[in-house]
Design a protein around this ligand. Structure first.
Ligand code: 8YV
Length: 331
């Protein structure tokens, strides 16, 4: 009988995923769900056949350099692989996989929630009642926000999540615009009645809402730079459910503080898990809505992600190419 691969999983996963992992592999689980320390990560890569990290682990070149020859697969529990140095892994002959598709719809739902929350003053209104605050009853002029239907949405990154956002936003009555490295197929453009903008700058200048849906890669670092954010209309909103470092966060803060942007809905931050205190201030003033990286946080989604990880590991050890292999040229 072939020895089961030693799979080290860095964080606690839903029970049913862990049970399945235990059945199939020599699974080393993290039952108390704290972040692994650097020495623990080093020990893991020296011993494991498979490492299952999450976004909270930095699997950088220095760590990969310390891996033993037995480490063959990094099966990331997550779609974005910005936490893994995929190039360094490839150089060492380590395969990297991710968990695409299963979190598109959940992330797109949360994007819509943020897209509505800021202009429609959702958290502000909820807080009035939750805090036992004063409510004199309905008034024609109280708590007025801005409608989102009929507005122009510009999607930065029309991949799997971006397309799922576009479908929802179209149903909400927004017109769909997008910027992407490549144009999507004519069939999808037709379905969404989407307008492609070759120039990100031009799109930013003309939209009412911008949604960031591209991955974090060296090429997208501060893609929404200070200069580009300044191109946006003062009435416009920015929603980010992708990665914090795609946006120059300091510039975003300054523009919202100065009233040069109407607001933002952020699920991700440049230096997670720390959140710039200036963002907290803006959230308290109801200029922005911030969430602690919850875009894909559904129990169903996490179970689906776990299944993807399992399929990738099993396929790999059956001697086949895992379905969600991430190639260095794609990051
Ligand atoms: C995941 C995410 O929960 O999958 C992603 O890219 O951003 C998150 O929603 C996280 O990455 C888990 O590692």
């Amino acid at each position: 009988v072939r020895k089961k691969p030693l799979v080290v999983i860095t964080r606690k996963l839903p029970d049913q995923v862990e049970t399945r992992m235990r059945e199939l592999f020599d699974a080393r689980l993290n039952l108390d769900d704290r972040r692994m320390t650097q020495p623990e990560l080093v020990a893991a890569v020296k011993e494991a056949d498979v490492l299952v990290p999450t976004i909270t682990d930095r699997i950088d070149a220095a760590l990969i350099a310390q891996a033993g020859d037995q480490l063959k697969l990094i099966a990331n529990f997550g779609n974005g692989v910005d936490n893994v140095d995929v190039v360094a892994a490839a150089k060492k002959g380590i395969t990297v996989t991710n968990t695409p598709n299963v979190l598109n719809e959940d992330t797109a739902d949360m994007t819509m929630a943020l897209m509505l929350a800021v202009p429609r003053r959702l958290t502000e209104g909820a807080e009035v009642l939750r805090s036992g605050g004063k409510w004199d009853g309905w008034s024609p002029t109280w708590m007025l926000g801005h409608r989102i239907w009929g507005k122009r949405l510009g999607i930065v990154g029309m991949g799997r999540v971006g397309t799922a956002v576009a479908r929802r936003a179209k149903a909400f009555g927004l017109s769909i615009h997008y910027h992407n490295r490549q144009r999507v197929s004519p069939a999808i453009e037709d379905e969404l009645e989407a307008t492609y903008w070759d120039s990100l700058d031009q799109m930013l200048a003309r939209m009412d809402i911008i949604s960031v849906n591209c991955p974090s890669t060296p090429a997208t670092f501060h893609l929404l730079s200070a200069r580009r954010l300044e191109l946006m209309q003062p009435r416009a909103y920015l929603v980010n459910t992708a990665r914090g470092d795609v946006v120059d966060e300091d510039a975003l803060i300054r523009l919202v503080e100065e009233g040069k942007l109407a607001g933002a809905g952020l699920d991700v931050f440049e230096h997670e898990p720390s959140v710039n205190p200036k963002l907290l201030k803006l959230a308290k003033k109801n200029k922005i809505v911030i969430l602690p990286h919850m875009g894909s946080a559904t129990i169903e989604g996490r179970i689906d992600m776990g299944e993807k990880v399992i399929i990738n590991i099993r396929t790999f050890f059956d001697g086949h190419r895992p379905p969600d292999r991430v190639l260095p040229k794609n990051v």
